[in-house]
Structures are given as structure tokens and as C-alpha cells.
Design a protein. Sequence first.
Length: 126
Amino acid sequence: MLAGLHVLKFLKNHPGQGLFFSSSSSLNLKGYSDSDWGACPDTMRSTTGICFFLGTSLISWKSKKQTVVSRSSSEAEYRALAQATCEGQWLLYLLKDFHINHASPIIIYRDNKSAIHIYCSQPCLS
């Protein structure tokens, strides 16, 4: 409820701001995922960073310390990729609620081959 009030207050105070979707831009959803391995000197926990674009407009971003200590950079990257996948799925449901059809798969860019190998070798649970 409080978050909704913040959104309404922002919209009231910034009526001229919004997202721009060019007519030449496709509305493909693409994301980026990354992590730093054990960068917190106190806890040795990694930080996950993710962001998503709809066309050329940034619509979602997050940077958060991971809840557990990863044993390798691949594990930290895998956790970031899993978080990005959840966020991407949530955004698809949100687009569906707004009656925006998104038929193409979500593309999530990452920079760790070991993490993507772990991710692709998991059995499908759905």
C-alpha cells in the first residue's frame, strides 16, 4: 500500500515524465545479469545486479547483496542469473496484465560461461 502511494505521489509531482517507445523500436524484453564474487569485505557475500529493457527503455533494475556466501564466481553468477530469470518471468506476467503481447523469448545477457553451463544442464522442472 505504501509503495502505491509513493508511485501516485511521483506521478502527481512529475506529470511530464514517462517512458518513450519509438515506433521503430521492437518491444522485445531483454535483460542483463551480473555479480561480483565475495566483494563485501565484512560478509564475503556477492552482489547481484540485474536490469531489463523493453525495446530501448529501461523498465526494471535491481542491485542486491546475495543472501548466502557463494563458493565460486560461477555460483555467484548462477544465483544472479536465477534472480534475473525470476524477474523476467514476473515482467512477462506484468506485460500480460497490461495487454502487451510478448511472443518472443526473453534474452538475458551474462558474462560467465560456467554459470550458463550450470543453468542449461539443469532438468526442466515445469
